[in-house]
Design a protein around this ligand. Structure first.
Ligand SMILES: [Zn+2]
Ligand SMILES: [Zn+2]
Length: 272
């Protein structure tokens, strides 16, 4: 877990235990170096330290193109490196490199993606099954807000991890409990996964005000994890205002939930 925060980084003493970097999860097969990265938020800075001095040679799967999921790209020394080979995938929507360049180019930023060192390529991804870096990857479109958003189901054939960082199930309707629909695409992504990493941006009080902001209520994530039959839920995309103490309280509130619930923590290592 290189970055677990949502929307914008959260530096400061109230956030050090769970971490302030935005979305980035690195995946490695067995004892290899990471070869697959989910999202390129500011947490991508941490990945270079995990590469044992080696350039990154692998793929980055971007769920959607909001700032908090791409801002790490130019701050990734193992990727911005003459020896790197970085294949970037994102939901198909126009020329992928040009779409990314709208955020990473002057006057918003000094350089464009083309100027990154090493061998970078940018690809639009369609929904469906893909083989990426030796993993089976299912990409499905899920509702969020502002641009096309994919959730990903990643499997090595034995273990499965589902990543749904930003998810707005109320965009499809109120659902049975008013927190949004438990819809087919979400269930296809998460069914029986060993681990589900899911948007958990809002408490119930916040959700009443912000139900149209493009994110999930924490209660939705927990109920969805139970319905999908996942082994373990990691609450993810913590609101930038959510302090460590508040996250502790949220996790202890769900201690007796029918599925194991933890809060994703920067630096956490999961062995599946
Ligand atoms: Zn986000
Ligand atoms: Zn977003």
């Amino acid at each position: 877990m290189c970055g677990v925060r949502g929307s914008t980084p959260a530096p400061g003493p109230e956030f050090v235990r769970y971490g302030g970097n935005t979305s980035c999860v690195a995946v490695a097969a067995d004892n290899d170096l990471p070869s697959l990265v989910l999202d390129a938020g500011t947490g991508l800075q941490r990945l270079s330290r995990l590469m044992s001095g080696q350039p990154f040679r692998g793929s980055v799967l971007i769920g959607h193109l909001h700032w908090d999921h791409t801002h790490g790209i130019p701050f990734f020394p193992a990727g911005d490196n003459p020896g790197s080979k970085v294949t970037v995938y994102m939901p198909q929507q126009g020329d992928p490199e040009a779409v990314l360049e709208r955020a990473i180019s002057p006057p918003h930023f000094p350089i464009t993606p083309k100027e990154l060192r090493g061998e970078w390529s940018f690809h639009g991804l369609d929904e469906g099954e893909h083989e990426i870096e030796g993993f089976r990857v299912l990409a499905r479109e899920i509702p969020h807000k502002g641009g096309r958003t994919f959730g990903y189901r990643v499997s090595d054939g034995a273990r499965t991890m589902t990543y749904m960082s930003d998810h707005s199930p109320t965009s499809l309707g109120d659902g049975p409990d008013g927190l949004g629909e438990y819809h087919e695409a979400a269930l296809a992504l998460a069914r029986d996964a060993d681990v589900l990493i899911h948007d958990a941006q809002y408490t119930p009080e916040e959700f009443t005000i912000k139900r149209n902001f493009g994110h999930s209520a924490i209660d939705y994530a927990v109920t969805f994890a139970r319905i999908a039959g996942v082994g373990r839920l990691l609450l993810f995309h913590h609101d930038p205002a959510r302090t460590d103490d508040q996250l502790d309280a949220i996790v202890s509130h769900y201690r007796k939930a029918p599925v194991r619930v933890d809060a994703a923590t920067e630096g956490m290592v999961l062995e599946l």
